[in-house]
Design a protein around this ligand. Structure first.
Ligand code: FAD
Ligand code: DLZ
Ligand code: SF4
Length: 507
Protein backbone atom coordinates (compact mmCIF):
# COMPACT_ATOMS: atom_id res chain seq x y z
CA UNK A 1 0.00 0.00 0.00
CA UNK A 2 1.42 3.36 -1.03
CA UNK A 3 2.50 5.65 1.81
CA UNK A 4 3.26 9.35 1.91
CA UNK A 5 6.71 10.43 3.05
CA UNK A 6 6.74 13.89 4.61
CA UNK A 7 9.89 16.00 4.23
CA UNK A 8 9.80 19.38 5.99
CA UNK A 9 11.80 22.48 5.11
CA UNK A 10 14.45 21.74 7.74
CA UNK A 11 14.69 18.03 6.90
CA UNK A 12 16.55 18.35 3.61
CA UNK A 13 18.94 15.44 4.21
CA UNK A 14 19.07 12.57 1.72
CA UNK A 15 19.23 10.08 4.60
CA UNK A 16 16.54 11.66 6.81
CA UNK A 17 14.70 9.02 8.88
CA UNK A 18 11.44 9.15 6.88
CA UNK A 19 13.23 8.60 3.55
CA UNK A 20 15.30 5.75 5.01
CA UNK A 21 12.12 4.02 6.16
CA UNK A 22 10.25 4.49 2.86
CA UNK A 23 10.12 2.45 -0.31
CA UNK A 24 11.32 4.46 -3.29
CA UNK A 25 9.59 2.14 -5.72
CA UNK A 26 6.09 2.94 -4.43
CA UNK A 27 5.95 5.63 -1.72
CA UNK A 28 5.34 9.28 -2.57
CA UNK A 29 7.30 12.15 -1.05
CA UNK A 30 5.29 15.19 0.02
CA UNK A 31 6.92 18.59 0.37
CA UNK A 32 4.90 21.75 0.86
CA UNK A 33 5.47 25.46 1.11
CA UNK A 34 2.60 26.49 3.38
CA UNK A 35 1.36 29.67 5.06
CA UNK A 36 1.30 28.03 8.52
CA UNK A 37 5.07 27.55 8.35
CA UNK A 38 5.95 30.82 6.66
CA UNK A 39 3.85 32.79 9.15
CA UNK A 40 4.05 31.33 12.69
CA UNK A 41 6.44 34.19 13.35
CA UNK A 42 7.41 37.01 11.00
CA UNK A 43 10.51 35.23 9.70
CA UNK A 44 13.34 37.28 8.26
CA UNK A 45 12.84 37.34 4.45
CA UNK A 46 16.29 35.76 3.94
CA UNK A 47 15.26 32.83 6.13
CA UNK A 48 12.10 32.19 4.11
CA UNK A 49 14.09 32.53 0.88
CA UNK A 50 16.73 30.07 2.06
CA UNK A 51 14.19 27.46 3.10
CA UNK A 52 11.96 27.67 0.05
CA UNK A 53 14.93 27.70 -2.34
CA UNK A 54 16.58 24.75 -0.62
CA UNK A 55 13.26 22.86 -0.55
CA UNK A 56 12.75 23.33 -4.29
CA UNK A 57 16.28 22.20 -5.10
CA UNK A 58 16.04 19.25 -2.72
CA UNK A 59 12.78 18.11 -4.32
CA UNK A 60 14.52 18.12 -7.71
CA UNK A 61 17.46 16.15 -6.27
CA UNK A 62 15.03 13.55 -4.92
CA UNK A 63 13.31 13.27 -8.32
CA UNK A 64 16.72 12.86 -9.99
CA UNK A 65 17.35 10.07 -7.49
CA UNK A 66 14.18 8.27 -8.58
CA UNK A 67 11.64 9.42 -5.97
CA UNK A 68 8.14 10.53 -6.88
CA UNK A 69 7.67 13.94 -5.26
CA UNK A 70 4.43 15.90 -4.89
CA UNK A 71 5.56 19.43 -4.24
CA UNK A 72 3.29 22.35 -3.32
CA UNK A 73 4.48 25.86 -4.04
CA UNK A 74 3.32 28.70 -1.81
CA UNK A 75 1.21 30.34 -4.51
CA UNK A 76 -0.37 27.14 -5.88
CA UNK A 77 -4.13 27.71 -6.10
CA UNK A 78 -5.06 24.54 -4.20
CA UNK A 79 -2.57 25.12 -1.39
CA UNK A 80 -4.44 24.40 1.86
CA UNK A 81 -1.97 26.44 3.93
CA UNK A 82 -0.96 23.72 6.38
CA UNK A 83 1.23 20.64 6.43
CA UNK A 84 -1.65 18.41 7.52
CA UNK A 85 -3.91 19.93 4.86
CA UNK A 86 -1.33 19.13 2.18
CA UNK A 87 -0.93 15.57 3.46
CA UNK A 88 -4.71 15.09 3.30
CA UNK A 89 -4.87 16.48 -0.23
CA UNK A 90 -2.01 14.27 -1.44
CA UNK A 91 -3.37 11.21 0.40
CA UNK A 92 -6.59 11.55 -1.56
CA UNK A 93 -4.70 12.06 -4.84
CA UNK A 94 -2.59 8.93 -4.53
CA UNK A 95 -4.92 6.76 -2.43
CA UNK A 96 -2.74 6.67 0.69
CA UNK A 97 -3.85 6.64 4.32
CA UNK A 98 -0.49 6.40 6.05
CA UNK A 99 2.31 8.91 6.40
CA UNK A 100 5.93 8.37 7.38
CA UNK A 101 7.34 11.53 8.91
CA UNK A 102 10.50 12.54 10.70
CA UNK A 103 9.73 14.17 14.03
CA UNK A 104 9.63 17.96 13.53
CA UNK A 105 11.86 20.25 15.58
CA UNK A 106 8.98 22.07 17.20
CA UNK A 107 6.26 20.85 19.59
CA UNK A 108 3.63 22.89 17.67
CA UNK A 109 4.14 20.86 14.52
CA UNK A 110 4.54 17.53 16.35
CA UNK A 111 1.09 18.19 17.85
CA UNK A 112 -0.35 19.20 14.48
CA UNK A 113 0.83 15.90 12.98
CA UNK A 114 -0.56 14.00 15.99
CA UNK A 115 -3.95 15.53 15.31
CA UNK A 116 -3.90 15.09 11.55
CA UNK A 117 -6.68 12.64 10.56
CA UNK A 118 -4.28 10.21 8.86
CA UNK A 119 -2.05 7.55 10.39
CA UNK A 120 1.17 9.56 10.81
CA UNK A 121 4.24 7.76 12.15
CA UNK A 122 6.80 10.25 13.47
CA UNK A 123 10.26 8.68 13.46
CA UNK A 124 12.94 10.17 15.64
CA UNK A 125 15.23 12.60 13.84
CA UNK A 126 18.57 10.80 14.04
CA UNK A 127 20.74 13.64 12.73
CA UNK A 128 22.02 14.18 16.28
CA UNK A 129 24.70 12.43 18.29
CA UNK A 130 22.43 11.61 21.23
CA UNK A 131 18.99 10.07 20.82
CA UNK A 132 16.13 11.26 23.05
CA UNK A 133 16.63 8.15 25.17
CA UNK A 134 20.36 8.68 25.52
CA UNK A 135 19.84 12.28 26.61
CA UNK A 136 17.11 11.33 29.08
CA UNK A 137 19.32 8.55 30.49
CA UNK A 138 22.19 11.02 30.86
CA UNK A 139 19.89 13.56 32.55
CA UNK A 140 18.26 11.06 34.91
CA UNK A 141 19.22 11.55 38.55
CA UNK A 142 21.53 14.52 37.86
CA UNK A 143 21.11 17.60 40.00
CA UNK A 144 22.33 19.87 37.23
CA UNK A 145 22.32 19.29 33.46
CA UNK A 146 25.59 21.00 32.62
CA UNK A 147 26.71 20.97 29.00
CA UNK A 148 30.36 20.24 29.79
CA UNK A 149 29.64 16.75 31.14
CA UNK A 150 27.23 15.94 28.34
CA UNK A 151 29.89 17.07 25.86
CA UNK A 152 32.48 14.68 27.28
CA UNK A 153 30.04 11.81 26.77
CA UNK A 154 29.54 12.90 23.16
CA UNK A 155 33.30 13.07 22.60
CA UNK A 156 33.57 9.50 23.90
CA UNK A 157 30.62 8.36 21.81
CA UNK A 158 31.87 9.87 18.55
CA UNK A 159 35.60 9.37 19.22
CA UNK A 160 36.20 12.90 17.89
CA UNK A 161 39.59 14.27 19.00
CA UNK A 162 40.06 11.36 21.41
CA UNK A 163 43.20 9.48 22.40
CA UNK A 164 41.69 6.21 23.56
CA UNK A 165 39.30 7.27 26.28
CA UNK A 166 41.18 10.50 27.01
CA UNK A 167 40.80 13.83 25.19
CA UNK A 168 43.49 14.58 22.62
CA UNK A 169 46.03 17.03 24.01
CA UNK A 170 45.03 16.16 27.57
CA UNK A 171 42.24 18.73 28.05
CA UNK A 172 38.53 18.42 27.30
CA UNK A 173 38.11 22.14 26.83
CA UNK A 174 40.51 24.82 25.55
CA UNK A 175 38.21 27.78 26.12
CA UNK A 176 40.75 29.63 28.24
CA UNK A 177 42.74 30.16 25.02
CA UNK A 178 39.66 31.38 23.16
CA UNK A 179 38.93 34.82 24.56
CA UNK A 180 41.01 37.23 22.55
CA UNK A 181 39.84 40.80 22.00
CA UNK A 182 39.11 41.88 18.39
CA UNK A 183 42.04 41.51 15.98
CA UNK A 184 43.33 44.46 13.93
CA UNK A 185 41.93 43.04 10.72
CA UNK A 186 40.22 39.90 9.47
CA UNK A 187 41.72 37.90 6.63
CA UNK A 188 38.71 35.80 5.69
CA UNK A 189 35.07 36.09 4.64
CA UNK A 190 32.33 33.46 4.36
CA UNK A 191 31.77 31.97 0.93
CA UNK A 192 29.02 33.66 -1.09
CA UNK A 193 26.84 32.20 -3.84
CA UNK A 194 25.17 34.03 -6.71
CA UNK A 195 21.47 33.14 -6.91
CA UNK A 196 20.55 30.97 -9.88
CA UNK A 197 17.16 30.68 -11.57
CA UNK A 198 15.45 28.72 -8.77
CA UNK A 199 16.63 31.12 -6.10
CA UNK A 200 15.75 34.23 -8.13
CA UNK A 201 12.20 32.96 -8.56
CA UNK A 202 11.89 32.40 -4.82
CA UNK A 203 13.36 35.84 -4.08
CA UNK A 204 10.64 37.45 -6.22
CA UNK A 205 7.97 35.44 -4.40
CA UNK A 206 9.34 36.35 -0.97
CA UNK A 207 9.64 40.00 -1.93
CA UNK A 208 6.00 40.08 -3.02
CA UNK A 209 4.59 38.17 -0.03
CA UNK A 210 6.88 39.04 2.87
CA UNK A 211 8.35 42.37 1.87
CA UNK A 212 6.98 43.95 5.07
CA UNK A 213 8.93 41.61 7.39
CA UNK A 214 11.93 42.96 9.32
CA UNK A 215 15.20 42.55 7.42
CA UNK A 216 16.67 42.85 3.94
CA UNK A 217 15.99 40.13 1.39
CA UNK A 218 18.72 41.24 -1.01
CA UNK A 219 21.57 40.75 -1.52
CA UNK A 220 21.10 37.02 -0.96
CA UNK A 221 24.27 34.94 -0.99
CA UNK A 222 23.51 31.84 1.08
CA UNK A 223 24.14 28.31 -0.17
CA UNK A 224 20.86 26.62 -1.07
CA UNK A 225 21.90 23.06 -1.91
CA UNK A 226 24.20 20.43 -0.50
CA UNK A 227 26.95 20.95 -3.09
CA UNK A 228 27.19 24.66 -2.28
CA UNK A 229 27.04 24.02 1.46
CA UNK A 230 29.92 21.52 1.12
CA UNK A 231 31.96 24.22 -0.62
CA UNK A 232 31.12 26.68 2.18
CA UNK A 233 32.35 24.09 4.70
CA UNK A 234 35.67 23.53 2.89
CA UNK A 235 36.14 27.27 2.54
CA UNK A 236 35.56 27.79 6.27
CA UNK A 237 37.93 25.00 7.30
CA UNK A 238 40.67 26.35 5.06
CA UNK A 239 40.34 30.09 5.62
CA UNK A 240 38.64 30.81 8.95
CA UNK A 241 38.89 27.80 11.25
CA UNK A 242 42.55 28.37 12.26
CA UNK A 243 41.53 31.68 13.88
CA UNK A 244 38.05 30.57 14.97
CA UNK A 245 39.11 29.65 18.50
CA UNK A 246 40.99 32.72 19.67
CA UNK A 247 38.51 35.25 18.26
CA UNK A 248 35.29 33.33 18.94
CA UNK A 249 34.04 35.90 21.46
CA UNK A 250 35.24 39.07 19.72
CA UNK A 251 32.82 41.55 18.12
CA UNK A 252 33.58 44.13 15.44
CA UNK A 253 31.33 46.71 13.86
CA UNK A 254 32.79 46.31 10.35
CA UNK A 255 33.71 42.62 10.53
CA UNK A 256 30.36 41.00 11.02
CA UNK A 257 31.47 37.41 10.55
CA UNK A 258 35.02 37.46 11.95
CA UNK A 259 36.19 33.84 11.85
CA UNK A 260 32.76 32.28 12.38
CA UNK A 261 31.55 29.54 10.06
CA UNK A 262 28.01 30.65 9.14
CA UNK A 263 27.23 26.97 8.82
CA UNK A 264 24.44 26.77 11.41
CA UNK A 265 21.58 27.26 8.95
CA UNK A 266 23.01 24.67 6.54
CA UNK A 267 23.37 22.14 9.34
CA UNK A 268 19.94 22.92 10.80
CA UNK A 269 18.06 22.49 7.52
CA UNK A 270 19.95 19.33 6.60
CA UNK A 271 22.29 20.46 3.83
CA UNK A 272 25.24 19.44 5.99
CA UNK A 273 25.45 16.65 8.51
CA UNK A 274 26.81 17.78 11.91
CA UNK A 275 29.22 14.86 12.08
CA UNK A 276 30.61 15.41 8.60
CA UNK A 277 31.32 18.99 9.63
CA UNK A 278 33.12 17.86 12.80
CA UNK A 279 35.07 15.22 10.88
CA UNK A 280 36.29 17.85 8.39
CA UNK A 281 37.44 19.99 11.31
CA UNK A 282 39.13 17.07 13.06
CA UNK A 283 40.93 16.13 9.84
CA UNK A 284 42.28 19.68 9.41
CA UNK A 285 43.63 19.49 12.97
CA UNK A 286 45.17 16.04 12.33
CA UNK A 287 46.80 17.45 9.19
CA UNK A 288 48.37 20.18 11.31
CA UNK A 289 46.40 22.94 9.58
CA UNK A 290 44.55 24.23 12.62
CA UNK A 291 45.48 24.54 16.29
CA UNK A 292 43.87 22.31 18.85
CA UNK A 293 41.98 25.14 20.58
CA UNK A 294 40.20 26.10 17.34
CA UNK A 295 39.33 22.52 16.40
CA UNK A 296 38.18 21.53 19.89
CA UNK A 297 36.31 24.81 20.35
CA UNK A 298 34.41 24.28 17.12
CA UNK A 299 33.62 20.61 17.68
CA UNK A 300 32.34 21.48 21.18
CA UNK A 301 29.85 23.93 19.69
CA UNK A 302 28.37 21.18 17.55
CA UNK A 303 28.45 17.91 19.46
CA UNK A 304 28.37 19.77 22.76
CA UNK A 305 26.16 22.86 22.69
CA UNK A 306 24.06 22.03 19.65
CA UNK A 307 23.24 18.47 20.63
CA UNK A 308 22.74 19.48 24.27
CA UNK A 309 20.25 22.22 23.32
CA UNK A 310 18.23 19.74 21.32
CA UNK A 311 18.30 17.30 24.24
CA UNK A 312 17.08 19.99 26.66
CA UNK A 313 14.24 21.11 24.35
CA UNK A 314 12.74 17.64 24.13
CA UNK A 315 13.61 16.60 27.68
CA UNK A 316 11.95 19.66 29.23
CA UNK A 317 8.73 19.44 27.24
CA UNK A 318 6.31 21.69 25.37
CA UNK A 319 5.89 24.24 28.17
CA UNK A 320 9.60 25.16 28.06
CA UNK A 321 9.10 28.15 25.75
CA UNK A 322 6.51 29.69 28.08
CA UNK A 323 8.73 29.71 31.17
CA UNK A 324 9.42 33.01 32.90
CA UNK A 325 11.43 32.16 36.01
CA UNK A 326 12.38 35.77 36.73
CA UNK A 327 8.85 37.09 36.05
CA UNK A 328 10.03 39.63 33.52
CA UNK A 329 7.25 41.46 31.70
CA UNK A 330 8.62 44.51 29.89
CA UNK A 331 7.76 44.82 26.19
CA UNK A 332 10.61 44.24 23.78
CA UNK A 333 11.92 47.73 22.93
CA UNK A 334 11.29 49.00 19.45
CA UNK A 335 15.03 49.29 18.79
CA UNK A 336 15.11 45.49 18.36
CA UNK A 337 13.04 45.99 15.23
CA UNK A 338 15.33 48.67 13.86
CA UNK A 339 14.07 51.64 15.89
CA UNK A 340 16.64 54.31 16.63
CA UNK A 341 19.00 53.79 19.56
CA UNK A 342 21.97 55.66 20.96
CA UNK A 343 23.59 52.40 22.10
CA UNK A 344 26.21 51.64 19.46
CA UNK A 345 26.42 47.94 20.38
CA UNK A 346 22.67 47.29 20.10
CA UNK A 347 22.45 49.48 17.00
CA UNK A 348 25.24 47.51 15.28
CA UNK A 349 23.90 44.08 16.27
CA UNK A 350 20.36 44.91 15.13
CA UNK A 351 21.49 46.56 11.89
CA UNK A 352 23.64 43.54 11.08
CA UNK A 353 20.77 41.21 11.96
CA UNK A 354 18.45 43.07 9.60
CA UNK A 355 20.94 43.05 6.76
CA UNK A 356 22.40 39.55 7.17
CA UNK A 357 19.82 37.54 9.20
CA UNK A 358 22.95 36.66 11.14
CA UNK A 359 24.77 37.63 14.31
CA UNK A 360 27.32 35.45 16.01
CA UNK A 361 26.91 33.87 19.40
CA UNK A 362 28.39 36.61 21.57
CA UNK A 363 26.41 39.31 19.79
CA UNK A 364 23.23 37.30 20.48
CA UNK A 365 24.16 36.44 24.05
CA UNK A 366 26.06 39.42 25.40
CA UNK A 367 24.57 42.33 23.45
CA UNK A 368 20.90 41.84 22.53
CA UNK A 369 20.30 39.01 25.01
CA UNK A 370 22.18 40.68 27.84
CA UNK A 371 20.30 43.96 27.42
CA UNK A 372 16.88 42.26 27.28
CA UNK A 373 17.69 40.32 30.45
CA UNK A 374 19.04 43.33 32.34
CA UNK A 375 16.03 45.40 31.28
CA UNK A 376 13.59 42.68 32.36
CA UNK A 377 11.96 42.03 28.98
CA UNK A 378 9.27 39.35 28.73
CA UNK A 379 11.27 36.25 27.69
CA UNK A 380 8.52 35.07 25.37
CA UNK A 381 8.82 38.24 23.33
CA UNK A 382 12.58 37.82 23.31
CA UNK A 383 12.11 34.21 22.14
CA UNK A 384 9.80 35.26 19.31
CA UNK A 385 12.31 37.89 18.22
CA UNK A 386 15.19 35.39 18.00
CA UNK A 387 12.96 32.84 16.27
CA UNK A 388 12.02 35.46 13.66
CA UNK A 389 15.20 37.27 12.82
CA UNK A 390 17.94 34.64 12.43
CA UNK A 391 18.49 32.51 9.37
CA UNK A 392 19.26 29.44 11.54
CA UNK A 393 16.33 29.76 13.95
CA UNK A 394 14.25 26.66 14.64
CA UNK A 395 12.56 26.28 17.98
CA UNK A 396 14.44 23.17 19.19
CA UNK A 397 17.71 25.14 19.13
CA UNK A 398 16.55 28.74 19.43
CA UNK A 399 14.35 28.30 22.52
CA UNK A 400 16.90 26.68 24.85
CA UNK A 401 19.46 29.27 23.77
CA UNK A 402 17.07 32.17 24.35
CA UNK A 403 14.72 31.12 27.12
CA UNK A 404 17.39 29.14 28.97
CA UNK A 405 20.88 30.30 28.25
CA UNK A 406 20.23 33.95 27.48
CA UNK A 407 17.18 34.93 29.58
CA UNK A 408 17.52 32.52 32.53
CA UNK A 409 13.76 32.07 32.22
CA UNK A 410 14.01 28.30 32.72
CA UNK A 411 15.13 28.90 36.29
CA UNK A 412 18.65 27.64 35.72
CA UNK A 413 18.18 24.36 33.82
CA UNK A 414 20.86 25.38 31.32
CA UNK A 415 22.91 28.13 32.94
CA UNK A 416 24.31 28.03 36.45
CA UNK A 417 24.13 31.83 36.58
CA UNK A 418 22.61 34.49 34.34
CA UNK A 419 24.71 35.73 31.43
CA UNK A 420 24.79 39.39 32.44
CA UNK A 421 27.53 41.95 32.15
CA UNK A 422 28.11 45.64 32.46
CA UNK A 423 29.49 47.65 29.54
CA UNK A 424 33.01 46.65 30.54
CA UNK A 425 32.72 43.20 28.96
CA UNK A 426 31.38 44.63 25.70
CA UNK A 427 34.16 47.20 25.66
CA UNK A 428 36.80 44.53 26.20
CA UNK A 429 35.47 42.19 23.52
CA UNK A 430 34.39 44.69 20.84
CA UNK A 431 35.10 47.96 19.12
CA UNK A 432 31.52 49.19 19.62
CA UNK A 433 32.10 51.52 22.55
CA UNK A 434 34.55 53.75 20.70
CA UNK A 435 31.80 55.24 18.58
CA UNK A 436 29.01 55.26 21.17
CA UNK A 437 27.01 58.22 22.46
CA UNK A 438 27.36 56.71 25.94
CA UNK A 439 30.53 56.48 27.97
CA UNK A 440 31.34 52.91 28.89
CA UNK A 441 33.50 54.04 31.80
CA UNK A 442 30.76 56.22 33.31
CA UNK A 443 28.81 54.39 36.02
CA UNK A 444 26.33 57.20 36.70
CA UNK A 445 25.36 60.60 35.38
CA UNK A 446 24.41 61.79 31.94
CA UNK A 447 26.04 59.58 29.35
CA UNK A 448 26.51 56.58 31.66
CA UNK A 449 26.42 53.34 29.68
CA UNK A 450 22.93 51.77 30.11
CA UNK A 451 24.51 48.34 30.68
CA UNK A 452 26.33 49.77 33.72
CA UNK A 453 23.13 51.09 35.29
CA UNK A 454 20.97 48.07 34.50
CA UNK A 455 23.56 45.54 35.62
CA UNK A 456 23.32 46.71 39.22
CA UNK A 457 19.57 47.21 38.93
CA UNK A 458 19.22 43.56 37.87
CA UNK A 459 21.30 42.30 40.80
CA UNK A 460 19.47 44.51 43.26
CA UNK A 461 15.97 43.50 42.11
CA UNK A 462 16.87 39.79 41.97
CA UNK A 463 18.92 39.71 45.13
CA UNK A 464 16.75 37.04 46.79
CA UNK A 465 17.10 34.74 43.79
CA UNK A 466 20.86 35.05 43.25
CA UNK A 467 22.49 36.09 46.51
CA UNK A 468 23.10 32.49 47.50
CA UNK A 469 24.68 31.60 44.13
CA UNK A 470 28.35 30.92 44.84
CA UNK A 471 29.36 32.14 41.38
CA UNK A 472 27.70 35.53 42.00
CA UNK A 473 29.03 36.25 45.47
CA UNK A 474 31.67 38.68 44.20
CA UNK A 475 29.10 40.71 42.29
CA UNK A 476 26.98 41.23 45.39
CA UNK A 477 30.04 41.99 47.53
CA UNK A 478 31.14 44.70 45.07
CA UNK A 479 27.62 46.16 45.10
CA UNK A 480 27.45 46.11 48.87
CA UNK A 481 30.84 47.83 49.19
CA UNK A 482 29.66 50.85 47.20
CA UNK A 483 28.52 53.72 49.35
CA UNK A 484 24.83 54.04 49.80
CA UNK A 485 24.47 57.33 47.93
CA UNK A 486 26.09 55.82 44.88
CA UNK A 487 23.85 52.79 45.01
CA UNK A 488 20.77 55.00 45.27
CA UNK A 489 21.92 57.11 42.36
CA UNK A 490 22.51 54.02 40.19
CA UNK A 491 19.11 52.58 41.00
CA UNK A 492 17.22 55.79 40.41
CA UNK A 493 19.05 56.45 37.13
CA UNK A 494 18.34 52.88 36.05
CA UNK A 495 14.64 53.35 36.91
CA UNK A 496 14.60 56.52 34.88
CA UNK A 497 16.21 54.74 31.94
CA UNK A 498 13.61 51.97 32.08
CA UNK A 499 10.79 54.54 32.18
CA UNK A 500 12.21 56.21 29.09
CA UNK A 501 12.48 52.83 27.40
CA UNK A 502 8.82 52.09 28.20
CA UNK A 503 7.75 55.50 26.96
CA UNK A 504 9.38 54.75 23.61
CA UNK A 505 12.05 57.43 24.02
CA UNK A 506 15.28 56.92 22.12
CA UNK A 507 17.67 55.25 24.56
P1 FAD B 1 29.97 29.29 14.72
O1 FAD B 1 30.39 30.32 15.71
O2 FAD B 1 30.82 29.12 13.53
O3 FAD B 1 29.82 27.91 15.51
C1 FAD B 1 29.86 26.65 14.88
C2 FAD B 1 28.59 25.89 14.99
O4 FAD B 1 28.35 25.48 16.32
C3 FAD B 1 27.34 26.65 14.58
O5 FAD B 1 27.18 26.62 13.18
C4 FAD B 1 26.25 25.89 15.31
O6 FAD B 1 25.82 24.79 14.56
C5 FAD B 1 26.95 25.39 16.56
N1 FAD B 1 26.65 26.20 17.73
C6 FAD B 1 27.43 27.11 18.32
N2 FAD B 1 26.87 27.57 19.45
C7 FAD B 1 25.71 26.94 19.57
C8 FAD B 1 24.66 26.98 20.54
N3 FAD B 1 24.72 27.77 21.62
N4 FAD B 1 23.59 26.21 20.33
C9 FAD B 1 23.51 25.41 19.24
N5 FAD B 1 24.46 25.32 18.31
C10 FAD B 1 25.54 26.08 18.48
N6 FAD B 1 21.87 28.67 16.95
C11 FAD B 1 21.10 28.13 15.99
O7 FAD B 1 21.56 27.28 15.23
N7 FAD B 1 19.79 28.51 15.85
C12 FAD B 1 19.23 29.45 16.66
O8 FAD B 1 18.05 29.79 16.50
C13 FAD B 1 20.04 30.04 17.67
N8 FAD B 1 19.51 30.98 18.51
C14 FAD B 1 20.31 31.53 19.48
C15 FAD B 1 19.74 32.48 20.35
C16 FAD B 1 20.51 33.02 21.35
C17 FAD B 1 19.90 34.01 22.31
C18 FAD B 1 21.86 32.64 21.49
C19 FAD B 1 22.69 33.22 22.58
C20 FAD B 1 22.42 31.71 20.64
C21 FAD B 1 21.67 31.13 19.63
N9 FAD B 1 22.19 30.16 18.76
C22 FAD B 1 21.38 29.61 17.79
C23 FAD B 1 23.56 29.64 18.93
C24 FAD B 1 24.64 30.37 18.13
O9 FAD B 1 24.57 31.75 18.37
C25 FAD B 1 24.56 30.07 16.65
O10 FAD B 1 24.53 28.69 16.44
C26 FAD B 1 25.76 30.62 15.90
O11 FAD B 1 25.88 32.00 16.14
C27 FAD B 1 25.60 30.35 14.42
O12 FAD B 1 26.60 30.99 13.68
P2 FAD B 1 27.82 30.18 13.03
O13 FAD B 1 27.31 29.09 12.19
O14 FAD B 1 28.70 31.20 12.39
O15 FAD B 1 28.47 29.58 14.32
C1 DLZ C 1 10.73 27.71 8.71
C2 DLZ C 1 9.94 27.12 7.59
C3 DLZ C 1 9.36 27.98 6.64
C4 DLZ C 1 9.57 29.45 6.66
N1 DLZ C 1 8.58 27.49 5.66
C5 DLZ C 1 8.37 26.16 5.56
C6 DLZ C 1 7.51 25.62 4.58
O1 DLZ C 1 6.89 26.32 3.81
N2 DLZ C 1 7.36 24.28 4.55
C7 DLZ C 1 7.99 23.44 5.40
O2 DLZ C 1 7.85 22.21 5.29
N3 DLZ C 1 8.79 23.93 6.36
C8 DLZ C 1 8.99 25.26 6.48
N4 DLZ C 1 9.75 25.77 7.48
C9 DLZ C 1 10.36 24.83 8.44
C10 DLZ C 1 9.34 24.39 9.51
O3 DLZ C 1 8.77 25.52 10.13
C11 DLZ C 1 10.06 23.48 10.51
O4 DLZ C 1 10.09 22.20 9.95
C12 DLZ C 1 9.40 23.41 11.85
O5 DLZ C 1 9.45 24.66 12.49
C13 DLZ C 1 10.06 22.37 12.74
O6 DLZ C 1 11.43 22.65 12.96
FE1 SF4 D 1 27.13 49.48 24.35
FE2 SF4 D 1 27.61 50.87 26.59
FE3 SF4 D 1 29.57 50.37 24.88
FE4 SF4 D 1 27.64 52.08 24.23
S1 SF4 D 1 29.12 52.32 25.86
S2 SF4 D 1 28.51 50.47 22.91
S3 SF4 D 1 25.87 51.14 25.20
S4 SF4 D 1 28.43 48.86 26.04
Amino acid sequence: MVKLVLVLGDQLSPDIAALKAADKSQDVVVMAEVADETSYVKHHPKKIALILSAMRKFAQALRDDGWEVRYTQLDDTNNSGSICGELLRRAEDVGASEVIATEPGEWRLIEALNHCPLKVTQLEDDRFVASHKEFDDWAKGRKALRMEYFYREMRRKTGLMMDGDQPAGGEWNYDSENRKAPPDGVQSAPMQFTPGEVVEEVLDLVEARFGDHFGDLRPFHFATDRGQARRALSHFVKHALPDFGPYQDAMMRDERFLYHSLLSAYINIGLLDPLEVCEAVEQAWKDGEVPINSAEGFIRQIIGWRDYMRGIYFHEGADYVTRNGLKHDRDLPWMYWGGETKMACIGAAVKQTGEEAYAHHIQRLMVTGNFALLAGVDPHQVHEWYLSVYIDAFEWVEAPNTVGMSQFADGGVIASKPYISSGNYINKMSDYCKGCAYDVKAKTGEGACPFNLLYWHFLDRHRDRFEGNARMGNMFRTWDRMDEDKRETILSEAEDLLKRLDAGDIV
